[in-house]
Design a protein around this ligand. Structure first.
Ligand code: ADP
Ligand code: MG
Length: 731
């Protein structure tokens, strides 16, 4: 039979099995089956490790039946069958109720899959699933490693195993599988051929086989992905943009003269990088990562000033109205008369800074839009929604996207369509992005990093307040807060929920609560509801913080009320701001030095790091207290301890990646069978991803592109058009 990767499985496996595979596992072609890799491998000797397993773990063991005994149950009707199985290294009990076991004979070998339970202090499986080894598959079962596949109720792991064997027999090996990877690339990286790797991953004889096969199969995934991204970068580089070269004697010089501090080394370097790129007639696509408080805003402002000097407009997009308003305020303050060109006291050499948000009243909104459309507003500050509202720019030269680490490819594309020619784009984030994520999710952007914090910062000390273990510490926390306020400082108290009794009570201004995956507020568990801003504020006002000036801030207040509250806080008319995560990003009140996070376990690692960045902004040392009911010894308690223990954002980003499932990082599609990413791990395969990125860039460096590599071109085309590419947009 002539089999190719596209051959329908029904021709190899027969209609019945093929139908079950298609329906329950979405496996339709030979390619689908071969790319359905084992999740792990069962081996003899595993029972010995059962002691390490937790009750509730699901495992599959390969073992031999030693003893079968059946008896009537005393307290209820029916029989109980106990089966002892062993694998040479250890043994365990299987328990079945009311089943006939003609086949379970002493001496036979089989695979037993079940959930580890405990009975009278010994581990057991209660009615496990099993498959006995029969004469037909002797050869298979004699193997050292038995593949365990992702399976379904209708198609078990052993059926898949058998199907692969059938395919192998029908085709005389996987010789028909053509290798998409260029020969020289394979030899450079010491990779198996695809046929050999598939054979080894499905039918390995040793752990080394598996490892080498996986190495090769990961390459397929990483390279295809990087080729898609490299193609995007290349296409973007060929787009015509408008050069916005630096000009002296303009806004940029005025900004530099007005800065109350000198730039850090990093700010200067990144500034030069941006200046050079803005001067080219290819649109810039750059991601600026910088620790919380590293001073990204001023870097962005200087880039915007350069563009204005060159006759263009710059838009700064923030994730929330609070933050947009704050940016508009601080930029206007910094520019002084230069921000009021055309007004009586304005400097005619300057420009206008306008704030354009959804909540503006009709008249000022019309005026703002007009200023954007006729070009008199050189700097436009708004929320991300600005782009969807059909705002017309006279000549949009630069878009800066602030604090948006989930600004996907699709949104970036929409943005580029804004001007006649695509504008330059700068995406800024304070959430440190592990290198692998930067290379995948943001693989089409160049990156710059600001590692250094401006000197003279007090930094922030964090500690966990475990109220279950140490109840008195909470009182001490409020005392500390009072001391700071007495010394003239201000404080935040952050809660996970608003608490105004509306349904779906979670704070909606939180950028994305997927961040909080472990211990997410709506985790569907039976814990008490998370603490709410309104309740906590009331309780503090009447109790621990009585006499202090408290205010609340959350996403369901009107924009005017939010703005007024932030202003009052910035003006020190409020001592303590009880808020949701609306204060998470960007909010800049250097006099605030204490943050108490209630129910800290309900927040994600990165979120907590962001939050405490709010109290590390001034010259005074900040204090962040993570209040939790989680016990210190639990994994949640340890996660919080890790956050308290380091201020290295990159280390925390890694921890975050570990605690969230990777699927959350890449978007939901990643966990699907069709994601194209099955084996590659963002945590473990950093080197491989980096190498694939280099290869991909090299492969696309010539005008011939992938013309000489039709196999690769096909894989790339499949990924680029497929729903598989979706996660690139969604992440
Ligand atoms: P982030 O990178 O988190 O957005 P910001 O841009 O809000 O940080 O800057 C944080 C604070 O640091 C602001 O008050 C800003 O004025 C100040 N800042 C920025 N650059 C410097 C510098 N080079 N020296 C001292 N302070 C600076
Ligand atoms: Mg910022």
């Amino acid at each position: 039979m002539a089999v190719t990767l596209e051959t329908d499985l029904s021709r190899v496996l027969g209609a019945k099995t093929a139908k079950a595979m298609a329906e329950s596992l979405d496996l339709r072609t030979v390619r689908d089956l071969l790319r359905h890799y084992p999740r792990r491998y069962a081996r003899r000797g595993e029972i010995a490790r059962l002691d390490d397993l937790q009750v509730g773990d699901r495992v599959t063991v390969l073992a031999q039946v030693r003893k079968v005994t059946s008896r009537r149950m005393r307290n209820r009707p029916g029989t109980l069958t106990e089966v002892t199985v062993g694998d040479g290294a250890g043994q365990m009990q299987l328990v079945f109720f009311n089943r006939k076991f003609g086949k379970l004979e002493e001496g036979s070998w089989g695979l037993f899959a079940g959930t580890v339970g405990e009975y009278r202090n010994s581990k057991q499986f209660a009615h496990p699933d099993f498959h006995l080894i029969t004469g037909d598959d002797d050869e298979d079962w004699a193997r050292a490693l038995i593949p365990i596949y992702p399976a379904s109720k209708d198609v078990s792991s052993w059926v898949i195993q058998k199907s692969v064997k059938l395919l192998l027999d029908a085709t005389g090996g996987f010789g028909f599988v053509e290798d998409p990877l260029p020969e020289d690339l394979r030899s450079r990286h010491g990779l198996l051929s695809l046929a050999a790797a598939l054979l080894d991953v499905h039918r390995p004889t040793s752990a080394e086989d598996v490892e080498r096969a996986q190495d090769r199969l990961k390459w397929d995934e990483a390279l295809t992905l990087q080729l898609v991204l490299a193609a995007r970068r290349r296409a973007a580089a060929l787009e015509p943009g408008t050069a916005r070269p630096r000009r002296s004697g303009g806004l940029l010089d005025a900004v530099d003269a007005a800065l109350p501090f000198s730039l850090t080394e990093g700010q200067r370097e990144v500034g030069e990088e941006l200046a050079a790129e803005l001067s080219r007639d290819q649109p810039m696509h750059r991601l600026l990562q910088g620790e919380v408080g590293s001073g990204k805003t001023v870097v962005a402002l200087r880039a915007m000033a350069q563009v204005v000097d060159a006759g263009g407009q710059a838009a700064l997009l923030a994730p929330t109205e609070v933050l947009a308003a704050q940016h508009a305020r601080s930029i206007s303050a910094m520019l002084g008369p230069l921000a009021r060109a055309g007004e009586l006291d304005g400097d005619p050499a300057g420009t206008r800074v306008v704030l354009l948000t959804g909540s503006l009243k009709a008249a000022p909104r019309r005026a703002a839009r007009a200023a954007v459309a006729d070009g008199s507003a050189g700097i436009v500050v708004g929320t991300h929604a600005l782009l969807q509202q059909g705002v017309e720019f006279a000549d949009l030269g630069l878009v800066v996207v602030d604090e948006q680490h989930r600004f996907g490819v699709e949104q970036r594309d929409a943005l580029r369509a804004k001007g006649e020619r695509p504008p330059h784009v700068l995406v800024m984030t304070a959430t440190p992005i592990p290198r692998t994520v930067a290379m995948t999710v943001y693989g089409d952007l160049e990156t710059s990093v600001l590692r250094q914090l401006p000197s003279g910062r007090g930094g922030v000390a964090s500690s966990v307040v475990p109220v279950a273990d140490k109840p008195t510490w909470l009182d001490r926390a409020w005392e500390r807060l009072r001391e700071e306020v007495a010394a003239g400082r201000q404080a935040y108290v952050v809660c996970p929920r608003i608490g105004d009794d509306e349904t779906g009570d979670d704070e909606t201004d939180a950028p994305d609560d997927a961040d909080g995956a472990p211990g997410d507020a709506k985790g569907g568990d039976d814990r008490r509801p998370p603490l709410a801003v309104l309740d906590v504020a009331r309780a503090l006002d009447e109790g621990a913080l009585a006499g202090l000036r408290l205010a609340v801030l959350h996403g369901r207040m009107t924009p005017e009320a939010k703005e007024a509250t932030m202003r009052a806080f910035a003006a020190r008319e409020v001592d303590v701001l009880v808020a949701t995560t609306v204060v998470e990003v960007g909010v800049d009140v250097p006099n605030a030095t204490v943050m108490v996070v209630m129910d800290a376990d309900r927040f994600g690692v990165s979120q907590l790091h962001q939050l405490r960045g709010r109290v590390a902004r001034g010259k005074h040392r900040g204090l962040c207290l993570l209040v939790t009911e989680a016990r210190e010894t639990t994994s949640t308690g340890q996660r919080l301890a890790a956050v308290a223990g380091t201020s290295d954002g990159f280390e925390l980003a890694r921890l975050d990646l570990e605690t969230r499932r990777e699927g959350d990082v890449l978007g939901a599609a990643q966990s699907g069978r069709r994601s194209g990413i099955r084996m590659l791990s963002l945590l473990e395969d950093e080197e491989l991803i980096a190498a694939a990125r280099t290869e991909a860039t090299a492969l696309l460096a010539t005008d011939r592109g992938l013309a000489d590599h039709p196999g690769l071109a096909m894989e790339v085309a499949a990924l680029a058009t497929d729903e598989r590419a979706e996660y690139l947009e969604k992440a």
